[in-house]
Design a protein around this ligand. Structure first.
Ligand SMILES: *Cc1c(COP(=O)(O)O)cnc(C)c1O
Length: 356
């Protein structure tokens, strides 16, 4: 078998041997009792990095966003969120189903931004006809786009003026911080300082096998801790997992720039191909629109040659820790070959459209 490269998501990474070693040697305790030194150290560290009072280690980003939203809102409250935002579209409707929190989804532009006018118009007056608008949820990066600081500032200012809290789904906020260039941790602070709470994934570009953190005020985190237990996220010797996240913070932050460079390399390699339109490569995600409904055939062709991606009309390629230049060059070469043959072929198995 030739070169194989899995570009479906940055969630597919395998823990490195150094990360596995860190996991195996982590001191452990029962975290439901608050006894796990590795979990406690991670929570303190990520709270300091984000400039928040406290943090809570979570099983997943979905759980972290859910517990965060439930800690901000009560039954009958409402959150404002993008129509295509993860917390609205890709989390099973958890805020509504489990939290009795009504979503108010709004249209987003190509960069993922809701207009300030739409946000302002969606905030309900205090009137028993309406749900109580309590929270604005933003996402950064969104579809690989780092949100401009000016937009984040304006949107969160608007939320504050209306007494709303602001939560950031920062699953890939380290990618946004690194993409700005310079001191990534300083950039991170500039972004998250605008928000009351932030959820960060360790299991995406940072390369840990499991885990996210919710960061916010001590009071918010204590409320979230109760919800986390209720949704089954009270883990025991989870220091095993926290140690992986700790290792990721030590070794895998600055190297996100390598993922971004590989995404750039892929985007440039695909840019010249007739029949393709490359949409974004600012961080580690590249979207490619495929003309003439040939997306599924291209995907199947790539799969046969050891290149995995997701999508249907628009294909999505995500770079990560387990991707190198050889893999990217192979993906480019296979794509060129597909269009060079002018292969049309029969419609192949449909690929999923979900964005993980
Ligand atoms: C991956 C992701 C999440 C949550 O991820 P889990 O798979 O539940 O860990 C949340 N928001 C965004 C934007 C994501 O990409």
């Amino acid at each position: 078998m030739g070169v194989r490269v899995d570009l479906r998501s940055d969630t597919v990474t395998q823990p490195t041997s150094a990360m596995r070693a860190a996991m195996m040697s982590a001191p452990l305790g029962d975290d439901v009792f608050g006894d796990d030194p590795s979990v406690n150290a991670l929570q303190e560290r990520i709270a300091v990095l984000t400039g928040k009072e406290a943090a809570l280690f979570m099983a997943s980003g979905t759980q972290s966003n859910l517990c965060g939203m439930m800690a901000h809102c009560e039954r009958g409250d409402e959150y404002i969120v993008g129509q295509n935002a993860h917390t609205y579209r890709y989390e099973g409707g958890g805020a509504a189903v489990l939290g009795s929190i009504q979503p108010q989804p709004l249209v987003q532009n190509a960069d993922g931004q809701m207009s300030l006018g739409d946000i302002a118009a969606a905030i309900k007056p205090d009137d028993p006809h309406f749900a109580r608008t309590r929270l604005l949820c933003l996402e950064n990066t969104w579809n690989g786009h780092p949100m401009p600081q000016s937009y984040l500032q304006q949107a969160t200012d608007l939320a504050r003026q209306h007494g709303l809290a602001a939560h950031l789904d920062g699953a890939r906020v380290f990618n946004a911080a690194v993409a700005r260039g310079g001191d990534a941790l300083k950039n991170l602070r500039n972004i998250v300082d605008l928000f009351d709470s932030v959820s960060i994934c360790f299991s995406k570009g940072l390369g840990a096998p499991v885990g996210s953190a919710l960061c916010g005020s001590r009071a918010l985190i204590e409320r979230a801790r109760r919800w986390r237990k209720m949704v089954g996220g009270g883990l025991r010797q989870s220091g095993l997992l926290a140690a992986a996240a700790h290792h990721a913070l030590d070794h895998h932050v600055d190297r996100l720039a390598d993922d971004h460079a590989l995404a750039q390399r892929l985007a440039q390699g695909l840019a010249g191909i007739e029949g393709l339109k490359v949409r974004s490569a600012q961080t580690n995600i590249v979207f490619v629109d495929v003309a003439d409904g040939r997306g599924p055939d291209l995907l199947a062709h790539l799969e046969r040659h050891g290149v995995r991606a997701t999508g249907l009309i628009g294909l999505r390629f995500v770079t990560h820790l387990d991707v190198d230049e050889a893999g990217i060059d192979h993906a480019i070469a296979c794509t060129q070959a597909f269009f060079a043959q002018g292969a049309s072929g029969s419609a192949s198995q449909a690929a999923g459209t979900a964005v993980y």
